[in-house]
Design a protein. Structure first.
Length: 370
């Protein structure tokens, strides 16, 4: 199976209020790709004296640099604005966005918190902080921020998408779908919401609905790598490995070092009996993210195909240690035990797979463990 990718980030636009998006994928040896939102408030603050006038000028210069994606320069201007006006919530918020885009998540998080501290009613900072909190793994705190501003942003498709992403992380699929449904209702061409809802449908094995959303997302944006990756999972599930590989290659052309995409491509190559090409991809994927249970499982599959039972068992056990729910893990673990000559352990693995609903493990148990 391939693996969904949790989050992906397309290029951002900069209108008066910007909504930044992040990336995610599906499982089939991988994970689904979801999307996020950040908000840039371009506002002008009324100034009553020269110092405030100067702060406002620095702030607007920072916004110009931010729009040009000159993040270091933008941060410099926001620094000056804050020196002139230490309670300038807008400047803290926009500096946070510049820091985020410059790859400094913790600094961005601190700036959003500063903006909220200066003005607890400054709602764009809550939305931006929620985005970073979710990306750094604190979904409960992200939900708290999002619910705090729900009344204001209820009719924002970007907000609803982010709310859906948060509920996914909190394992609340019904709430997630409701948020995605609302996001798509508000903006039928919201590619991120379609991609993420498609990923959610896939995880629930609602494959026709997943295909509809993902195909629509790709039609709207042929470069949406998360949607391309997730759509490839549907093809892989049907055994169309060559077609699936072409889609993953397109996703990798957009995100060449995305660990899930690398792992997914390796899995497809294994299914196409191109084992030698798969190994370096698995090695690279695990170098980027060594906590990816799917990649460890696929490495176990590689060694199983090479008849190296010891190495296969090491990789498969590592996958089990990280996430025992990985698809077909116990089927492959049972096969590795059989290869090593340990029938009792193989039957135990097949039994655990059968309990988890793995049809392949169940069939092997019926054949090999009477």
């Amino acid at each position: 199976m391939i693996e969904w990718v949790p989050y992906s980030v397309p290029e951002h636009q900069l209108p008066d209020m910007i909504h930044q998006q992040s990336t995610t994928g599906t499982r089939s040896g991988s994970l689904p790709v979801l999307v996020t939102t950040l908000v840039l408030l371009l506002s002008f603050v009324a100034c009553s004296d020269q110092t405030r006038q100067e702060a406002a000028q620095f702030f607007l210069k920072g916004n110009i640099q931010l729009a040009k994606r000159e993040y270091t320069e933008a941060i410099r201007y926001y620094d000056e604005a804050i020196k002139k006006k230490p309670d300038f919530a807008d400047a803290y918020n926009n500096r946070g966005l510049a820091e985020y885009r410059n790859g400094n998540r913790e600094t961005a998080l601190a700036d959003y918190t500063q903006a909220i501290g200066k003005d607890p009613a400054y709602e764009p900072a809550y939305l931006n902080r929620a985005d970073v909190l979710l990306e750094t793994g604190d979904a409960p705190a992200a939900l708290t921020d999002l619910l705090h501003i729900q009344k204001t942003y209820a009719d924002s498709t970007f907000y609803q998408t982010r709310l859906g992403d948060t509920y996914v992380r909190l394992n609340k699929p019904a709430d997630a779908q409701a948020a995605y449904d609302r996001a798509v209702q508000l903006a039928p061409k919201n590619v991120e919401a379609l991609t993420n809802r498609g990923a959610l449908f896939y995880s629930q094995k609602a494959y026709p609905a997943a295909r509809q959303d993902l195909e629509q997302a790709v039609a709207l944006n042929p470069n949406q790598d998360a949607a391309l990756n997730n759509l490839s999972l549907l093809l892989a599930q049907e055994g169309n490995y060559a077609e699936a590989l072409a889609l993953v290659d397109r996703a990798l052309s957009r995100q060449p070092t995305q660990a899930y995409y690398l792992n997914n491509r390796a899995y497809l190559l294994l299914m196409l009996n191109r084992d030698a090409e798969a190994l370096p991809l698995l090695t690279q994927s695990l170098r980027i993210d060594d906590r990816n249970a799917w990649a460890h499982r696929n490495l176990g599959v590689y060694y199983l195909k090479q008849k190296e039972s010891t190495k296969s068992l090491v990789s498969l056990r590592q996958a089990e240690k990280i996430d025992a729910s990985v698809d077909q893990l116990y089927y492959y673990l049972g096969q590795a035990y059989l290869l090593s000559g340990n029938t009792a352990a193989a039957c135990d693995a097949f039994g655990r797979g059968q309990t988890a609903g793995d049809a392949l493990a169940s069939a092997e148990r019926m054949k090999k463990c009477r």
